[in-house]
Design a protein around this ligand. Structure first.
Ligand SMILES: Nc1ncnc2c1ncn2[C@@H]1O[C@H](COP(=O)(O)OP(=O)(O)OP(=O)(O)O)[C@@H](O)[C@H]1O
Ligand SMILES: [Mg+2]
Length: 338
C-alpha cells in the first residue's frame, strides 16, 4: 500500500485546515492550519500542554478531531483513515516498547502487525537493528535497555512498515547529547530517503537543526510559522551578555551601564547588540570607559529560544529588563554564587 498520493494535495504530505479539538470546556487546538511538503521535516514547538501530542494523535488517526479537514499522505483522515494508517509511522511521546520481550522480538512483532511474512520480517528486523546500532542488544529483554537504546528501538519499530510519513513526538527528550545527535542523523537519513518527518520537540536547537519549517503552538493556536531564519527575524534577541561572579563588581557594573538589563539572580547584564563587529567594538569601548571587567562575555545572536520566549511565554521572559534606576553596589543581589 505505498501508492503515491492520488489526491489533489500537490506534494503535501500533511495538509490540515481548521483543525479543532476540545476536551470538555478546554479547547486544545483552536483551528489550526498545517501544510507540510513531502520529504521535509516539520517541527511543532510549544510549551508543556500546548497541544503538540494532541495534534500528533489526531494527524496519526489515534484520536478523532472535533473539526477541520486533514489529509495525510494524500488521504482524507476522516474517510480514509485506513489508508492513512498504512502510510504512516508514529513514535509516541511515551515508549511503545514491550519490556518483557527482547528488542528483536519487539521488531518481529511489528513486522507481524504489518503482515510482512517471516522472511521479510526477519530481513527488515536485521537491517533496522543494524542501522540503529542495536545488534548486540537485540537478544536482551528491552527492560535492560537504557533510555537512548529504548528510544532507538522505538523508532526502529516505527520504521518496520516502511512509512512515508512519520510522526515523532519528542524523540530526543531525555537523551544524552551523543544520542541526540545520533537521532538527528537518523532523522536526516530518513528525509534523504524521501520520508516526511513531523516532529515535536521542546528543544529549540533541535528544530533549528532539523526542521525545514517550524510552527509554534501556544494556547491552541499557531502563533508563528516559518523557517528557523524567518522566526528568528521576528524577535530582537541579539545582545552581549556579561556575567560576573562577584556581586559587588556586578552591582557597580549595573550602576555604570544603565542601558543594560539586569538579571540579579545570575549576576548577568544584557546589552542589546546585533552581534556585528562594529557594534561589538562599541560595546567593548564602552565597557573599558566604564571600567567594567566581566568574568565572562558572550555574544548572543537571536535564536529560537528568543522566539519561543517572545511568542509563548508569560509576559516576563527570564532576563526581563528591570527597573531603570540601578541601585548602588549589588546590595540586592542574591549571593548564591559564593
Ligand atoms: N484525554 C484527555 N482528556 C482531557 N484533557 C486532555 C487529554 N489529553 C490531553 N489533554 C489536555 O490537552 C492539553 C494539551 O495536551 P498535550 O498532551 O497535547 O500537550 P503537549 O503539547 O504534548 O504537552 P507536553 O509538552 O507536556 O507533552 C493539556 O492541557 C492536556 O491536559
Ligand atoms: Mg506531548
Amino acid at each position: 500500500m505505498t501508492t503515491t498520493a492520488t489526491a489533489p494535495t500537490r506534494d503535501l504530505a500533511i495538509a490540515a485546515t481548521g483543525l479543532r479539538k476540545a476536551y470538555g470546556e478546554k479547547t486544545v487546538l483552536d483551528g489550526i492550519d498545517l501544510a507540510v511538503p513531502a520529504g521535509t521535516v516539520f517541527s511543532l514547538l510549544g510549551p508543556n500542554g500546548a497541544g503538540k501530542t494532541t495534534a500528533v494523535q489526531i494527524l496519526s488517526t489515534l484520536i478523532g478531531a472535533d473539526g477541520g479537514d486533514v489529509r495525510v499522505a494524500g488521504y482524507d483522515l476522516a474517510t480514509q483513515a485506513h489508508a492513512v494508517r498504512a502510510a504512516i509511522g508514529v513514535t509516541g511521546q511515551f515508549s511503545a516498547v514491550d519490556n518483557l520481550i527482547t528488542g528483536e522480538e519487539n521488531m518481529l512483532l511489528m513486522a507481524d502487525l504489518h503482515h510482512l511474512g517471516r522472511r521479510e520480517g526477519r530481513r527488515i528486523t536485521a537491517e533496522l537493528l543494524a542501522a540503529f546500532d542495536l545488534v548486540e542488544a537485540a537478544g536482551k529483554p528491552a527492560s535492560t535497555y537504557s533510555g537512548g537504546m529504548r528510544r532507538r528501538l522505538d523508532i526502529a519499530m516505527t520504521l518496520v512498515g516502511g512509512p512515508r510519513v512519520i510522526f515523532l513526538d519528542e524523540p530526543t527528550t531525555g537523551l544524552d547529547p551523543r544520542s541526540r545527535h545520533g537521532m538527528w542523523r537518523i532523522i536526516r537519513d530518513l528525509v534523504a530517503d524521501g520520508v516526511t518527518v513531523f516532529l515535536t520537540t521542546q528543544y529549540l536547537d533541535e528544530a533549528d537543526e532539523l526542521a525545514d519549517r517550524i510552527a509554534v503552538l501556544d494556547g491552541g493556536r499557531l502563533v508563528a510559522q516559518g523557517t528557523a531564519e524567518e522566526l528568528k527575524r521576528l524577535v530582537p534577541g541579539g545582545h552581549v551578555r556579561l556575567r560576573f561572579t562577584d556581586p559587588a563588581a556586578y552591582g557597580s557594573a549595573a550602576a555604570a551601564l544603565r542601558e543594560a538589563s539586569r538579571d540579579d539572580a545570575s549576576l548577568t547584564l544584557r546589552i542589546p547588540s546585533d552581534g556585528g563587529q562594529r557594534q561589538l567594538r562599541a560595546v567593548l569601548d564602552w565597557l573599558d570607559t566604564a571600567g567594567v571587567e566581566a568574568d565572562e562575555l558572550t555574544v548572543h545572536t537571536p535564536d529560537l529560544d528568543d522566539v519561543f520566549f517572545a511568542l509563548t511565554a508569560s509576559p516576563t521572559s527570564p532576563a526581563s529588563p528591570s527597573a531603570p534606576a540601578a541601585p548602588a553596589a549589588g546590595a540586592d543581589s542574591k549571593e548564591t554564587v559564593r
